[in-house]
Design a protein around this ligand. Structure first.
Ligand code: NG1
Ligand code: ZN
Length: 715
């Protein structure tokens, strides 16, 4: 481990540029581009170490500041499975960037020791950048960091953020083909690990989906508008969408006509345009070709967010944000799951920024559970993984859909002609609660099996990850958990099923046990505490008999659970289905599988999300206006407040309440109470030096007023 080159490079190229403490936030490091080269160099070092730690798998380094102004830039690292950098490494990133120049090598050594890294393993970092003028120079700095520790770089130059996530995932999953990293990677090959592979995967799946569009039922008009104008935010998304568009040539399918504006030819990145501008200011981007008959979408600066909009008959701007996209996609998947006959657990993950009307719609109309987590993709992604089909979207348009390996397997079964209409694999999470002190405490669990202290078999909730504050379920006023389904269908069905299977049933306590218990109780009552009666012969014999019976049942059960886990799905007979039923289940399964391939399961992806939305609208023959009618947004307002130290504000309850400074929450509460349908919260931004204020109320005027009042209470 020789760090001389690191020392030399720091001294002669990348001295530390600030005394301010930085932290690897929700979007990595971001800031003014003219003082970031040293951060990039250090992130190059860290990326190389992370690759060594991951046995030489490729790590991604994306240079972008997303929707921030053109003079900013930033960097995010991508883990081998294409997801965000693992949380335990975020603090390593923060330590490394905050170290003084002379301490950098020590911090590196600490990281090597802490994570037990074999320094001799060859490492590789996949590098890409957005279109910012500073990105070239900053990319060189990352490369210098990677190479200073003897690792190598593969530079993809210009890519969208989600494209790099996809490529990193595809590369690593292709490498570990036999030892599949996870389901989302299992079907990926080396050919997928390229920009071309990305387009091929998306376009094939998308065209495949469109080809399944049936002719409209008689009397039902196909209202789908095949023309869409996309605001490319004058960034990388515009360029890459043009690349994707050229591959959308369908034989059996009629792809939409995509027209791109704000394509970077004569506009400035994110200036008066892009998804963030459209969402926050609730108005059309600069350069929108106004046309009452078409629909529009807007990407952000690195194309990981998308929102839709249109102009209604009166010419008024109408926004369909991430929440509306989540509802469209959820209703699509909920329908397909029903049609496929599969028991797949669908869940939606939102943040506090989700419009209250969307949450109500999803729960009350779609009847799909909603969970609220703190802002930041890592929280949403992590939580969505707990469902068979986990859908997450931030109101700002960042989101995707995750399919569990169980979902992939069950869908594939149908396509292989194996129809199972009954749930048989108790792996879906159910959320339950248990009392814990005064508050309510959540745990995430599966239905599982255990023996109680008398050796009886019980069906129980097996806790998967205890205490996941970032995946807490929202609490509503009546103290019921929003989105809580007491015990879901799957859990109940599974329990019932298990009950019915001879030999593996949850045996009601048998005669002997009951007798024994009754005797014991009598004894207990009869004999005053605290005497302890030595077990007599009969009791011991009874216990032994119980034990034997118990062991037998247990071993059968273990066998059953093992066979379930090894996907021995022949366990239950397939029910008799008519050919017509089989056909419709197969069609639904095909759509599910293709949709799971259109979507980018590593991260929110504007291009992939756009294709999925278009496919859903097209398959349903639905216009943007019809989609917009799902529910009416509550008017809302977002504001930014500059304060001396934004971190004096600390939050709790998925950021919907603040715990410090003292008294602030009470002030917000009393402001909120004065407005019909009022809701408001404040939180420090993770990407900008500001405090964000959000408010919603019955009218726009009231939402604005409430936001203003709350903003002034932050000073
Ligand atoms: P911050 O700056 O922490 O609010 C913003 C977005 C996040 C997420 C990150 C990363 C809002 C309110 N916040 O985070 O949702 O997208 O940027 O880009 O939109
Ligand atoms: Zn972005």
């Amino acid at each position: 481990m020789n760090f001389n080159k690191v020392k030399d490079k720091i001294k002669n190229g990348y001295p530390k540029g600030t005394d301010r403490s930085l932290s690897y936030g929700t979007a990595g490091f971001r800031g003014p581009a003219n003082n970031l080269d040293w951060v990039m160099f250090r992130m190059g070092l860290l990326g190389a170490l992370r690759s060594k730690h991951q046995h030489g798998k490729a790590i991604g380094a994306m240079i972008t500041a997303s929707h921030n102004p053109i003079d900013d830039n930033g960097i995010k690292l991508i883990d081998p499975n294409g997801e965000m950098l693992e949380v335990s490494w975020e603090s390593a990133a923060t330590d490394l960037v905050n170290a003084g120049d002379v301490d950098v090598v020590n911090v590196l050594k600490n990281i090597v020791a802490k994570f037990e890294i074999d320094f001799s393993i060859p490492a590789i970092v996949y590098l890409a950048q957005d279109t910012r003028p500073s990105s070239d120079m900053l990319s060189t700095a990352v490369r210098d960091g990677v190479e200073a520790v003897g690792a190598s770089v593969k530079d993809f130059h210009l890519l969208t953020t989600p494209q790099l996530h996809h490529i990193v995932n595809a590369q690593n999953s292709a490498l570990s083909n036999s030892e599949q990293v996870d389901a989302m990677s299992s079907s990926l090959t080396a050919a997928d690990a390229s920009e071309e592979g990305y387009y091929a995967k998306l376009s094939e799946a998308f065209l495949g989906l469109l080809a399944l569009k049936g002719s409209s039922a008689e009397g039902v008009k196909d209202e789908y508008e095949a023309e869409i104008y996309v605001d490319g935010a004058n960034g990388i998304g515009a360029m890459k969408l043009a690349g994707l568009r050229s591959r959308l040539i369908g034989l059996d399918a009629k792809p939409p006509i995509i027209r791109i504006f704000n394509d970077g030819k004569d506009g400035v990145l994110n200036e008066n345009c892009g998804a963030d501008y459209v969402k926050v200011l609730q108005k059309p981007p600069k350069g929108t070709p106004i046309n009452g008959a078409v629909k529009y979408a807007a990407f952000d600066g690195d194309a990981d967010r998308v929102v839709y909009f249109y102009f209604d008959q009166a010419g008024a701007f109408r926004l369909l944000d991430g929440d509306k996209i989540a509802t469209l996609i959820s209703s699509f998947f909920a329908d397909l799951v029903r049609e496929s006959g599969l028991s797949l657990k669908i869940g939606i993950v939102q943040t506090a920024y989700a419009n209250g009307a969307s949450t109500r719609y999803i729960e009350q109309e779609l009847k799909v559970p909603v969970v609220c987590v703190p802002t930041g993709v890592k929280h949403l992604h992590h939580c969505a993984k707990q469902y068979d089909i986990g859908i997450y979207f931030e109101a700002n348009g960042h989101g995707t859909v995750l399919f569990s390996s169980r979902a992939d397997m069950l869908i594939q079964n149908i396509l292989d002609g194996k129809f199972f209409s009954e749930p048989y694999l108790p792996l879906a999470p159910s959320q339950t609660e248990e009392s814990h002190g005064h508050g309510r405490h959540r745990k995430n669990s599966h239905v599982g099996f255990k023996t109680d202290d008398k050796g009886d078999l019980l069906v129980e909730e097996v806790v998967v990850e205890k205490d996941q504050p970032e995946c807490k379920v929202a609490e509503s006023e009546d103290n019921m958990q929003v989105g809580d389904v007491p015990k879901d269908e799957l859990a109940l069905n599974t329990e019932a099923k298990v009950d019915r299977v001879e030999g593996f049933s949850i045996v009601p306590k048998d005669e002997l046990a009951l007798k024994h218990e009754a005797e014991k109780e009598e004894e207990d009552e009869a004999v005053p505490m605290p005497s302890v009666i030595p077990k007599d012969e009969v009791a011991l014999k009874l216990e032994r008999e119980l034990d034997d019976a118990q062991k037998k049942r247990q071993s059968s059960l273990v066998h059953m659970v093992q066979s379930i886990h090894s996907h021995n799905v022949e366990f239950f007979d397939a029910e008799e289905l008519t050919e017509k039923e089989k056909e419709s289940r197969t069609l639904a399964a095909k759509k599910l599988q293709l949709a799971s391939r259109v979507i980018n399961q590593t991260v929110g992806d504007a291009m992939a999300d756009l294709l999925l939305v278009e496919a859903v609208l097209s398959l349903r023959g639905m216009s943007i206006r019809q989609w917009d009618e799902f529910y009416q947004d509550l008017p809302s307002r977002q504001l930014k407040v500059k304060v001396a130290d934004r971190n004096v504000i600390q939050t709790t309850d998925a950021e919907r309440k603040c715990s410090t400074p003292n008294g602030l929450q009470q002030t917000i509460d009393s402001a909120v109470r004065r407005y019909q349908s009022g809701r408001a919260f404040v939180r420090p931004s993770g990407t900008e030096d500001v405090v964000r204020v959000y408010a919603e109320a019955d009218t726009q005027e009231n939402a604005d007023k409430l936001a203003g009042e709350v903003a002034s209470s932050v000073f």
